[in-house]
Write a protein that binds this ligand. Structure first.
Ligand code: GLU
Length: 302
């Protein structure tokens, strides 16, 4: 499948950090690209706080995130702090919209409940997955057969708790929802930075979680629902998310949403060539600020 992108008349970009730790220079470089691309087109930059994972997201990281980005000279036109036409901009306040997306996906018959634990999945994983991508290829243990798929299509879709019965699960069973990928299909798109990209469903990535077993929407679903609702015309993100972009294109297609354009930024590495992560405290914006570094000087080294 090659992807036809949205033809939006105005540019809308976004910064979508997760408040799970201090932002580092690598985040700042990707975000700066997002900001520059929005500015150069006279567009709008949206700030979305991706705070769905309540176990990992901490309020002190939220305030640090705003502080650090303001210090670095970021400036957005819509966000939790300044409002905008697509409020709210905190993902934790957008559950209704994610539930609506879940319902739409259920109606397609393309998702199924999965009771596998993390351990089951690791033990049954088909093949090593792309180095940068953190979701192992799912072996299909809970993937429905053709006949149970027909049952799903025929079932009433009003309450999430009803669905597992269709799959013969006890009501108390914890499960996640997985999206069934079209095995063997090539998902292609033209990245505005890296050029033509293609990933094969079932080989480069497998059936992926769209709703977690702890009843939290997974990143893939929340991101697609929000980028579509907020009318994002171009998604600027790190190249570690290229495979996720392919997954997300499948979700846009399944729900019938307009696919944005994509611009993936190469990732920043430390002096030893290791990709920056939130644990690299030495390169956190916090630390650099404490050390008296100036954002303009830091940017001039990019
Ligand atoms: N919150 C995600 C992250 O920080 C956003 C990724 C994206 O740009 O879609 O990794």
């Amino acid at each position: 499948m090659s992807t036809h992108h949205a033809s939006y008349t105005t540019y809308r970009g976004r910064l979508a950090p997760s408040p799970t730790g201090n932002l580092h220079l690598g985040h700042a470089r990707t975000f700066w690209t997002a900001q520059q691309r929005a500015r150069s087109r006279g567009g709008t930059l949206i700030f979305r706080n991706e705070d769905l994972d309540s176990a990992r997201c901490k309020p002190e990281f939220v305030s640090a995130m705003f502080d650090d980005l303001k210090w670095f000279d970021f400036d957005w036109q819509e966000g939790p702090d300044c409002g905008g036409q697509f409020t709210p901009y905190n993902q934790s306040e957008r559950m209704n919209s994610y539930r609506a997306a879940l319902d739409q996906l259920r109606a397609t018959g393309l998702i199924y409940p999965c009771t596998c634990s993390r351990k089951d999945i690791a033990a049954a994983a088909h093949a090593p997955h792309a180095e940068d991508d953190d979701e192992p290829i799912y072996a299909g243990t809970c993937r429905p057969t053709q006949s149970s798929k027909l049952k799903v299509e025929g079932c009433k879709l009003d309450d999430r708790a009803e669905q597992p019965a269709t799959f013969n699960l006890k009501p108390s069973t914890r499960f996640s929802w997985r999206f069934k990928v079209p095995d063997g299909e090539t998902i292609s798109f033209t990245d505005n930075n890296l050029g033509p990209q293609s990933f094969v469903a079932g080989k480069d990535f497998g059936d992926f979680v769209i709703w977690r077993h702890d009843d939290v929407p997974a990143y893939q679903l929340a991101c697609v629902a929000d980028d579509a609702a907020m009318q994002i015309s171009e998604v600027v993100r790190g190249a570690d998310l290229l495979v996720s972009t392919a997954r997300q294109i499948l979700l846009y297609r399944a729900i019938g949403l307009r696919v944005p354009e994509f611009f993936h930024c190469t990732l920043m590495t430390d002096d030893a060539g290791v990709r920056l992560a939130k644990r690299h405290d030495a390169l956190s914006l916090r630390k650099l600020r404490e050390l008296g570094e100036s954002p303009a000087t830091l940017r001039s080294k990019w």
